[in-house]
Design a protein around this ligand. Structure first.
Ligand code: ATP
Length: 308
């Protein structure tokens, strides 16, 4: 691998396709992930996230398109790429009867230039548990051990498939700090997630995958700035907002909601009407567009299990 390649992006994907028999799981996607970035792939169940990840990792053959990972084609497996990437699958299997440090050492032994065990344990926050048996770790600690195993070979690029699914909020925060720590070491991280806040908190850039296609890509700021709607909520007593405000009834009696691309104009129209008509706007809130709004707009079906 030459100097030019090492300076290039971590991942370049063009026109990637994957079919399972008649089912097209990935239908021609393009991706570019610069080195040192945290890149999140979001999408509803069955969107093709795991399929895409597995192709990038070299675990699954593609049906078409071009893929370059750290300058290598993962479709032609070789040691060079395997030694430079780390993979944390949705459910990893490590021996429950080994200790934490034995597990880490076992995986370090597979690589020519592994990270020191202490560095790995510190990075994932398991230094104090290193003599514990894996089976005695909490669910969150076991997931950190999965990440430790992924880091064993000192990879340039780490793939994390749903790294915090099933975590309680405090374990999730800890995991986020850990993943941010990886970025500060210069690692590239590609993760899939169902959690909008996870992508908002961690990702430099996000791709939203729906039915095997990328329907939006960019930084969270870019994405929510484009096309997502601001939501205005309020309650009124003994009055109905005029038609031109396009307020929809929202649940309880007298509660309304306006969703708009023109927040300034809508707030102006609403408060102007209320002042003129002498109507009190109770519980008035104006919520900025979020990644969740955009996701629900694009994905169509709500992805409730991950959305706070
Ligand atoms: P989830 O969020 O549920 O993990 P995902 O976005 O990772 O979903 P994939 O697992 O990549 O989605 O699946 C994409 C599509 O391909 C789905 O329709 C799925 O049923 C199908 N699929 C995945 N693996 C296989 C397989 N081995 N054989 C046949 N179809 C498959």
């Amino acid at each position: 691998m030459g100097a030019d390649e090492s300076a290039g992006p971590a991942i370049v994907v063009r026109g990637l396709r994957k079919s399972y028999g008649h089912v097209e799981a990935v239908s021609g996607i393009d991706l570019r992930v610069p080195r040192g970035e945290i890149f999140a792939i979001l999408g509803p169940n069955g969107a093709g996230k795991t399929t895409t990840l597995e192709i990038l990792e070299g675990h699954l053959e593609r049906s078409g398109g071009e893929v370059s990972v750290l300058g290598f084609d993962p479709g032609r497996p070789g040691r060079s790429l395997r030694e430079r990437i780390g993979v944390v699958l949705q459910s990893a299997s490590v021996d429950p009867y080994l200790t934490v440090q034995e597990t880490v050492d076992l995986f370090r032994a597979y690589y020519p230039d592994p990270l020191p065990r202490e560095t790995i344990l510190e990075l994932v926050g398991l230094s104090e548990q290193q003599r514990k048996l894996v089976r005695r770790l909490s669910g969150g600690q076991q997931r950190r051990l999965d990440v430790a195993v992924g880091l064993a070979g000192n990879p340039d690029l780490l793939f994390l498939d749903e790294p915090t699914t099933g975590f309680d909020p405090s374990a999730r925060r800890d995991a986020w700090e850990m993943i941010r720590g990886l970025r500060s070491l210069g690692k590239t991280v590609v993760l899939t997630t169902h959690y909008m806040e996870e992508a908002e908190y961690l990702a430099d850039r996000v791709a939203i995958l729906v039915s095997g296609r990328i329907v939006a890509e960019g930084s969270v700021e870019e994405l929510v700035g484009q096309g997502a709607r601001t939501t205005i909520r309020f309650r009124v007593e003994g009055a109905s907002p005029p038609k031109h405000l396009a307020a929809e009834p929202a649940g309880e009696e007298g509660a309304y909601m306006i969703t708009t691309l023109d927040a300034t104009g809508a707030v102006h129209g609403l408060t102007g009407w209320a002042l003129e008509a002498g109507v009190e706007l109770h519980g008035l809130t104006v919520a900025a567009p979020s990644l969740e709004d955009l996701f629900l707009d694009l994905a169509g079906s709500p992805e409730r299990d991950g959305v706070a």
